[in-house]
Design a protein around this ligand. Structure first.
Ligand SMILES: Cc1ncc(COP(=O)(O)O)c(C=O)c1O
Length: 400
């Protein structure tokens, strides 16, 4: 973990708050200085948005946007087969998917998700179900923390229109069987969308190889800035997608009875947005590339081992099962007497940040018969000292 100690100094927030003991990476990650600087530089030197004016500055902004789009796409192996539509975050991208294909869904059509979804991946489909009379099926959870895919076997295959699942659960860290879901979607002729929000900080995503029709994510979960994310959409789908947001920059003509949308990704990118954020996100990709996912994985694994060994030895805490295929950057636990919120507050008073509650995934909690838990999640910048501090605090709680 020595190199990781050096990496901590890349993050200005840790230099400004030396004692900060942050274990809520699954909610959001901090930005290293190079990412903050990338945003800053853009606003010091160019500062405007795109697709409005035609001058030299506008050309520079357009070129900067083109470059960051291409760098981010390349990072995810998406440049050949997918269009990257910039969104505010994963939530907006998920809403964009649901509204993009809503006109293709009819009464009795089946939309498949799982009980491991974040609310942002369920609510847009609930609206489609309400408006179109479709049926929402959530793949259930087994006691061992794995999904029970056998539910797919009895499905009326010709009625399945969409399979939209998370890659990694934000509650348990379980990693779903993407290949199985993709093959099922292909067999049924359904759309297959993957929410990779919880995977991107610790796992390389090869979009073309995974073969989904679309992917969503937020940059702020991979050391990038807040307020920018993406929908990576198979190129053939863009013309079929109905825009979610209507406004400037996304329309070719408003004459006549029907508007004619712009041809490219602009069709889904209405309104003025911050090009600086896209550059900062591209810089975050480069930052991860420099550190490598291999090193991130090794570090996550060693923290996971250490924490799970120590937590397993405690009398009053139980770890939530993450199934046989887990991302090793997250552990959720419950205490047999104390409420998760009280524990979070107690830790907060000691400078330790974890997350308590339902993690915006009530269906996951419901499937486990819980209303609240404590989630500990980590990534770059967490060193051995912070892990010890966290474990010591849990030992203290365990002995209460
Ligand atoms: C799996 C998953 N999907 C989607 C989201 C929504 O992300 P955002 O709030 O950045 O849109 C989250 C947030 O925690 C998440 O964990």
């Amino acid at each position: 973990m020595d190199t990781i100690k050096t990496i901590r100094s890349d993050f200005p927030i840790y230099s400004n708050s030396k004692k900060m003991c942050y274990f809520d990476y699954a909610a959001t990650t901090f930005m290293p200085a190079c990412v903050i600087e990338a945003w800053n530089d853009y606003h010091r030197t160019i500062g405007i948005s795109v697709n409005r004016s035609k001058g030299k500055l506008a050309n520079k902004a357009g070129e900067a946007l083109r470059l960051s789009r291409s760098k981010i796409s390349g990072f995810f192996d998406a440049d050949r087969a997918y269009d990257l539509v910039f969104t505010k975050n994963a939530t907006e991208a998920l809403n964009m998917i649901a509204s993009g294909i809503i006109s293709e869904i009819g009464v009795g059509d089946i939309i498949i998700t799982s009980v491991l979804e974040h609310h942002s991946a369920i609510l847009p489909w609930m609206r489609v179900v309400e408006e179109k009379g479709a049926i929402l099926v959530q793949i259930p959870l087994k006691d061992d923390g794995n999904l029970d895919y056998s539910i797919l076997e009895g499905m009326g295959k010709h009625r399945v229109k969409v399979v939209c699942c998370t890659y990694v659960s934000n509650v348990t860290g379980h990693q779903v069987n993407v290949e199985l879901l993709r093959d099922f979607a292909r067999e049924t002729g359904a759309y297959f969308f993957l929410d990779v929000s919880q995977a991107v900080s610790s796992k390389r995503i090869h979009m073309e190889t995974l073969g989904a029709d679309g992917y969503v994510m937020s940059a702020h979960k991979m050391y990038g800035p807040k307020n920018i994310g993406g929908l990576f959409l198979k190129k053939s789908l863009l013309p079929r997608f109905k825009p979610l947001i209507l406004g400037g920059g996304m329309v070719w003509s408003t004459f006549g009875e029907k508007p004619i949308w712009a041809d490219g990704v602009e069709k889904l990118e209405a309104g003025t947005f911050d090009v600086g954020l896209t550059i900062a996100w591209a810089r975050a990709c480069q930052y991860i590339e420099g550190i490598t996912y291999e090193q991130i994985k090794d570090n996550n694994k060693s923290i996971h081992e250490l924490l799970s060994n120590r937590l397993n030895a405690m009398k009053n805490f139980s770890m939530i099962s993450s199934g046989s295929n887990q991302c090793e950057n997250l552990i959720s636990i419950i205490h047999n007497r104390l409420h998760a919120h009280d524990i979070e507050q107690w830790l907060d008073e000691r400078g330790i940040v974890v997350r308590s509650g339902h993690m915006c995934s009530q269906s996951t909690m419901n499937a486990m018969g819980l209303t609240s838990l404590i989630r500990i999640s980590w990534g770059l910048g967490v060193d051995a000292q912070r892990v010890d501090q966290l474990v010591d605090a849990f030992v203290e709680i365990d002995n209460l």
